[in-house]
Design a protein around this ligand. Structure first.
Ligand SMILES: C[S@@+](CC[C@H](N)C(=O)[O-])C[C@H]1O[C@@H](n2cnc3c(N)ncnc32)[C@H](O)[C@@H]1O
Length: 410
């Protein structure tokens, strides 16, 4: 991994948004801000769900700084464990109680399984994650986790500040695209996705399209910057995706891929030593999250999809012909065990997205590809939840950010 960059390898000037400000952007807070701020008009379109209505405000309250040089990431690569607990830190406190319980379902053409809503495949790709409001809130929370872990930077590639065209592949709720539109007013930002779940109230330079990125692309103009985040378990042919991204990046333009390794681990052995206690209380030697990830990985692979693109991104980007490739490996803690305050906040939010999102991530894969009954899935998930809430277990998982440039002379 020639381009692997630890947190402090590269320098960048510029200010950061404070962590507290960013936490104000989390879904439940933004809904409050929406209600209290009378300067924003209420959307008249009744089909707009609460989530869609609130999304632009997540972005408009951001005072982000455009960044055009490679950044130095301030957070340490080795996460130290908190050794000074006080009563104000509860194991699962108010700040990160479920964000995902209050919103209504929207009305569009969708499929339902195990009580969750999925996009209607309709000849488009099958996707293992639901697209209902609970999942959309989890995605927005995960956006903030990834954003915080990248030092509140929407991109790490040193893109042209006067970029004209930006593409976000698999945009999800569109929150990243909206924030990029706010940050780069001169650019038009296009987000594509299989699911039409993006907000309709967006800045004028942001738009969305329903599309399958694995099909042949047919954009009339190339892009200055293509962004692609958190597509673990979604893509069959990554090298083809990279080739299309190369073809549609302007010479001198940049691509940036951000993705995960599914496996949990700890640097002090606390996770590896934890035993799985299933419903019948028989201890097994494997931590229950390992059983969970093994099933998910096997299930996703059986569909021909790549469950863990993160560690492979750099090689794919290089092999495609991009140059100036940089790889940041950014472990994300699960839980509030880190000593560092910002990592503690990230870990707390990450534990919440896992606790809230386990059903979403698991149900379709376990029931359709692994033959589990929903009740059996819930028994395993209960033990996964127990492990992830144990403060003595210092679990983390890896987030990879890789960016590269299309050569000017191509
Ligand atoms: C885990 S979400 C991540 C969303 C967003 N990139 C983010 O980081 O918040 C993955 C998204 O990719 C979309 N997706 C999966 N396969 C796709 C495909 N072949 N073409 C377009 N979108 C796809 C899903 O619908 C989903 O919204």
């Amino acid at each position: 991994m020639d381009g692997l960059t630890r947190s402090s390898d590269v320098h960048v000037p510029g200010e950061h948004v404070g962590s507290d400000d960013v936490d104000q952007l989390l879904p439940k807070h933004s809904l409050l801000a929406y209600e209290e701020d009378s300067s924003h008009s209420t959307p008249s379109n009744e089909s707009l769900n609460e989530h869609q209505a609130s999304a632009p405000l997540l972005a408009t309250s951001l005072e982000a700084t455009a960044q055009t040089e490679s950044p130095r990431l301030d957070l340490p690569a080795l996460i130290q464990v908190e050794d000074n607990w006080d009563d104000t830190d509860s194991a699962y406190n108010d700040e990160t109680q479920s964000y995902t319980t209050s919103l209504k379902s929207s009305v569009t053409k969708f499929e339902y399984e195990n009580g969750r809503r999925y996009h209607a495949a309709d000849g488009r790709s099958w996707h293992f994650l639901p697209n209902d409001d609970a999942e959309m809130d989890r995605l927005d929370l995960f956006h903030h986790i990834m954003h915080l872990r990248c030092d509140e930077r929407l991109h790490l590639a040193p893109i042209n500040p006067y970029s004209q065209r930006i593409l976000d592949l698999g945009t999800g709720t569109g929150i990243w695209a909206v924030m990029m539109g706010e940050l780069y007013e001169s650019a038009s930002v296009l987000g594509n996705d299989l699911s039409p779940i993006q907000p309709t109230l967006v800045p004028p330079n942001v738009s969305f399209e329903v599309d399958d990125m694995e099909k042949e692309w047919c954009y009339s103009t190339s892009f200055d910057y293509i962004h692609c985040r958190y597509l673990a378990g979604a893509i069959r042919d990554w090298p083809k995706l990279m080739r299309q991204a190369y073809e549609y990046t302007k010479p001198g333009g940049w691509v940036e891929f951000k993705d995960f390794t599914m496996k949990f681990y700890s640097t002090d052995g606390s996770y590896e030593r934890s035993a799985c206690t299933l419903g019948d209380e028989r201890p097994t030697p494997t931590p229950s999250p390992d059983r969970w990830t093994t099933e998910i990985i096997t299930g996703i692979k059986s569909l021909g999809l790549e469950p863990e693109p993160g560690p492979k991104l750099e090689a794919w980007v290089r092999d495609t012909g991009f140059i100036n490739v940089v790889h940041h490996l950014l472990p994300i803690p699960v839980g509030d065990w880190p000593k560092d305050k910002k990592l503690k906040r990230i870990g707390r939010a990450d534990r919440t997205q896992f606790l809230d999102g386990l059903d979403a991530i698991s149900l379709r894969v376990f029931t359709t590809t692994r033959g589990w009954r929903p009740e059996e899935v819930q028994v395993l998930l209960a033990d996964v939840r127990r492990t992830l809430q144990d403060r003595m277990i210092h679990a983390q998982h890896d987030f990879h950010v890789v960016y590269g440039q299309r050569p000017w002379n191509t």
